[in-house]
Design a binder for this molecule. Structure first.
Ligand code: SF4
Length: 332
């Protein structure tokens, strides 16, 4: 249901119709326009002819209830994956894809292996949320948090990402607070600055993964065309404009970026930026392996000695290929 098409369809309707229609689709989550009985019959018919409310998705059964991965299929048969993380404290976080595939080519990432297929439209990003909200709705629960950490680089698909975020945040639709929405980027300086200028309170995560350009070039060839210093300047700008602490995501790869000297170099680069490092021990397959428990701990303790705040991501979903950068389509 593209925004432009809706606006076109509603050009002879009163202006409040737009909110009414999106409320039906994104708050009441109706699955048939016939159920939107507050809309005139003629308009319902037009909507039914033009905009499907069906989401063609399927949960991939992992035998777990705290982490559900879904494959969503769009009209052109393109498949993307999304994940629902059900936290013990009651939060329900959905990790969405913003692109089918990805151009960035990070060597530790399963999505990169699929290549880039296309950007998702905002309504396709939102369809992933509708799918999981319908799952949660059966238990009278709601999505509380959204993270753009699935397939793709959201800041390359900027307009569609922002349109989806505005609808997520709108109190008439999903009503998810700005501070509950996180955008993860491999580091697109102009995109980060544009995001800073939106006047929103979104969380920004920088997938940094290396303390210098040499290692970034090795493991993130697509993202390394932007020098790390330029990326970090844009991140500083983001903090200045929003006051939001930055999350630095660091996928720890054995013998590549996991040495003490890497931790010291990383600290030097980011110590003036309000934020924290989220360590993600590699959990995928391919050319890299996961560092040992001792290496992970010593990397963390070097950072902490340098007065850097550190967290370690619980590898929620690693058994169903759903941790950071591990989403890949596979319609079982
Ligand atoms: S880690 Fe993110 S930016 Fe890099 S290839 Fe994977 S999806 Fe793209």
């Amino acid at each position: 249901m593209s925004n432009n098409n809706i606006i076109e369809l509603l050009k002879n309707e009163p202006s409040y119709r737009y909110t009414q229609i999106l409320t039906e689709a994104y708050s009441k989550l109706i699955d048939d326009w016939e159920k939107a009985t507050n809309l005139p019959l003629k308009l319902r018919k037009k909507l039914k002819e033009n905009f499907s409310l069906q989401v063609n998705g399927k949960i991939i059964d992992s035998g777990r209830t705290d982490c559900l991965k879904a494959v969503i299929e769009f009209e052109d048969r393109i498949l993307v994956e999304s994940v629902l993380l059900r936290h013990k404290d009651g939060r329900n976080t959905v990790c969405v894809s913003s692109q089918a595939g990805c151009v960035m080519d990070c060597l530790f990432c399963t999505t990169a292996a699929t290549g880039f297929i296309r950007n998702l439209y905002s309504y396709e990003i939102l369809a992933q949320l509708v799918f999981f909200q319908r799952v949660l709705g059966k238990e009278n629960k709601r999505i509380t948090n959204v993270v753009f950490m699935g397939m793709g680089e959201p800041l390359i698909n900027y307009e569609n990402t922002m349109e989806a975020i505005r609808i997520l945040n709108n109190k008439h639709f999903f009503n998810i607070g700005q501070r509950k929405i996180s955008v993860s980027t491999s580091g697109i300086p102009t995109g980060i600055k544009n995001l800073a200028d939106e006047g929103l309170q979104l969380n920004l995560a920088l997938s940094i993964n290396a303390p210098n350009d040499e290692i970034r070039k090795l493991i993130m060839p697509g993202a390394s065309k932007y020098p790390l210093n330029e990326i970090l300047d844009s991140v500083r700008y983001y903090f200045e404009k929003t006051g939001r602490r930055i999350m630095f995501e660091y996928v720890l790869l054995k013998d590549i970026n996991d040495k003490e000297e890497h931790a010291i170099e990383l600290s030097g680069k980011i110590k003036d930026i309000e934020g924290f490092v989220n360590i993600i021990p590699f959990n995928g397959k391919g050319i890299y392996t996961k560092p040992s428990f001792d290496t992970i701990n010593s990397f963390k303790s070097v950072l902490m000695k340098q007065k850097i705040n550190v967290t370690q991501r619980y590898e929620f979903g690693s058994d169903i290929s759903a941790a950071c950068g591990q989403l890949v389509f596979r319609f079982n």
